[in-house]
Write a protein that binds this ligand. Structure first.
Ligand SMILES: Cc1ncc(COP(=O)(O)O)c(C=O)c1O
Length: 382
């Protein structure tokens, strides 16, 4: 499958007809255990925590889409990040983008740091700062680009160059763009992470996460973590993600078209301040976005004057839903300080640059004129 283009991989990678029945769709193998063929002998599966045929198909598809050598599916994006940092040992140093999903910060600060792993946040959009923050015990640099919700970009190839010169691995949270719009492994990254809850599944009806590795050691380690820690994706969720992936390139095309139109509209609206969307020429990293991404996606955020204005806006929207999450077919809007970043202190939010007036939107695949009309009337109510 390696030579096929992404739209072909999305439909066919890991999705060959079922060998037993010829079913075109991957069956949902709802079986916790599998009959053995003898002592210590099986047909490829023995117990679903260690491996399940539906999960195997999804994991192959994920590896193919991201250009990695092994895929590993977990119950949620956070379970995938937990499995990622389970590679580290007490005394290791983990460097992480400062402007990341707050759930990642909560996991690192409230749980992972208790295991003796040193965690440090760095403005990863500044390569000199990344280089300066590296210590002799740095083992992993985890970056999220574009970041959440400020849409700050990190130069993946730039970080990889600095890291690899010192034998450090780089992992990239590719949730916001999906493999359709950004390929971290092609830019040199070692590991890609996804919350499949978002664009990969795409219909806001399932939770999941994934790691895609590039070495035999990643495969061995992540398989062990799946089997030992057990946070694996259920066969039914695997089926949903496989189904979602088939239309991923098409959906992303429409998300992207709508995202650009909505960003254009918001950029000239007098009540909208500090619009962050990498597809606008005024975005400070527009050139990097053009170089490193294949499109700009459909995530953006902006500021209104106050929390009260945000409340009025979120009450007035009719097509956009006032809800957390992103990447589904429906358009969503959320108040960053109390949703995605509600778990970090006000002080940390301030250092991140997220204030009480910040709204994040995930533009869906509805008609773009309807979406713009909805935002227009909601902003009029502010
Ligand atoms: C960029 C990013 N990474 C990771 C996660 C965590 O994923 P999940 O909610 O599937 O655990 C999220 C969730 O919003 C996210 O936005």
């Amino acid at each position: 499958m390696a030579n096929y283009k992404l739209s072909t991989l999305a439909v066919h990678a890991g999705q060959h007809p079922d060998p037993l029945t010829g079913a075109v769709n991957v069956p949902v193998y709802l079986s916790s255990t599998f009959e053995l063929t003898g002592i210590g002998a099986d047909r490829g599966w023995d117990y679903s925590r260690a491996g399940n045929p539906t999960r195997d198909r999804l994991e192959s598809a994920l590896a193919a889409l991201e250009g990695g050598t092994s895929g590993h599916a977990f119950t949620t994006g956070m379970a995938a990040i937990s499995a990622l940092v389970a590679m580290l040992r007490s005394g290791d140093h983990l460097l992480c983008s400062r402007d990341v999903y707050a759930g990642t910060v909560r996991l690192f600060d409230q749980i992972v740091s208790g295991y003796g792993i040193e965690i440090e946040y760095v403005d990863s959009s500044n390569l000199a700062a990344v280089e300066a923050a590296i210590r002799p015990n740095t083992k992993l640099i985890h970056i999220e680009t574009p970041s959440n919700p400020l849409m700050v970009l990190t130069d993946i190839a730039g970080v990889v160059k600095i890291a690899h010169a010192r034998g450090i691995e780089v992992s990239v949270d590719n949730t916001f763009l999906s493999p359709v719009l950004q390929n971290p492994i092609a830019l040199g990254a070692d590991i890609v992470m996804h919350s499949t809850t978002k664009y990969l599944n795409g219909h806001s009806d399932g939770l999941g996460g994934a790691l895609i590795g590039t070495t035999p050691e990643h495969k061995e380690r992540f398989l062990l973590i799946q089997k030992a820690a057990g946070g694996v994706m259920s066969p039914f969720e695997c089926y949903l993600v496989l189904r979602g992936i088939k239309t991923l390139p098409l959906r992303i095309q429409k998300h992207e078209e709508n995202g650009r139109a909505v960003a254009e509209f918001l950029s000239s609206h007098p009540k909208v301040q500090k619009l962050a969307y990498p597809g606008l020429k005024c975005h400070p990293q527009y050139a990097l976005a053009c170089r490193q991404q294949k499109g700009f996606g459909s995530m953006m955020s902006f500021e209104l004057k106050s929390r009260e204005e945000c409340a009025r806006f979120l009450t007035a929207i009719k097509i956009f839903l006032n809800a957390e999450s992103l990447g589904g077919v429906e358009s969503l809007a959320s108040h960053s300080a109390t949703t995605t970043h509600g778990s970090v202190s006000e002080e940390v939010r301030r250092t991140m640059g997220i204030n009480e007036g910040r709204i994040r939107i995930s533009v869906g695949i509805e008609d773009k004129d309807d979406l713009i009309a909805d935002l227009d009337q909601a902003l009029a109510a502010v």
